[in-house]
Design a protein around this ligand. Sequence first.
Ligand code: ADP
Length: 216
Amino acid sequence: MKYKTIAVIGLGQFGTTIAKMLASMNHEVLGVDINPEIVQKVSPYVTHAIVADTTDEEAIKALALSQFDIVIVAIGDNIQANLMTSMLLKEMNMPHVVSKAENALQGKMLKKMGVDMVIYPEYDVAQRLAQSLTREHVMDYLQLSKSISLIEVDMPKFLVGTCLKDSNLREKYNLNAVGIRRGEDLEVPPNPFTILSAEDKLLIIGNNSDLDALTV
Ligand code: ADP
């Protein structure tokens, strides 16, 4: 892995968590927040930490971010500050800006400004949890597009004792198995000849309606 230089603006719960995580992976991390107490608290865990109001054009320019590979805007509650910071970064031609959005309208505005990646951490976690709690046998759920998802399920009964090659998963259910989880091990891509057991989990990609047929 090539180490990156990453700035995280807004050191709330999400910003601090991602800044610490990236720093622990040995990336060079600059943490930025308007609140000096927060900056002081996060400072030991990141490469550099600076106090700045990033809605102030002069202040954000003074951060000399042009050498950074990625800038993450993790300002949450203050939507105006999130939008202004993101806009200034794109005006400064930062090549890779990731911004956290609280709702779809904010996400739309960020995209219009040219933000490269809009994330909805709370929405994503809530959706995955809601799906895995309410769908029987579903361990994890990741929506890849409006209609396509990746799920991890308990091994469906009709596959136990058989292998993917002999299963009719693709023909009958229109689904693709992309991995087999056996204990701690994850077999990706799955060996088509592995005999599947009831304790295994299966990772499957497919249309939501096809996945429903298997899991609801
Ligand atoms: P979370 O929900 O992840 O805890 P918050 O919205 O509570 O996120 O926190 C975002 C952080 O962004 C706060 O620490 C706040 O001080 C910081 N912040 C808010 N406005 C600015 C700004 N204009 N410039 C820099 N940091 C800011």
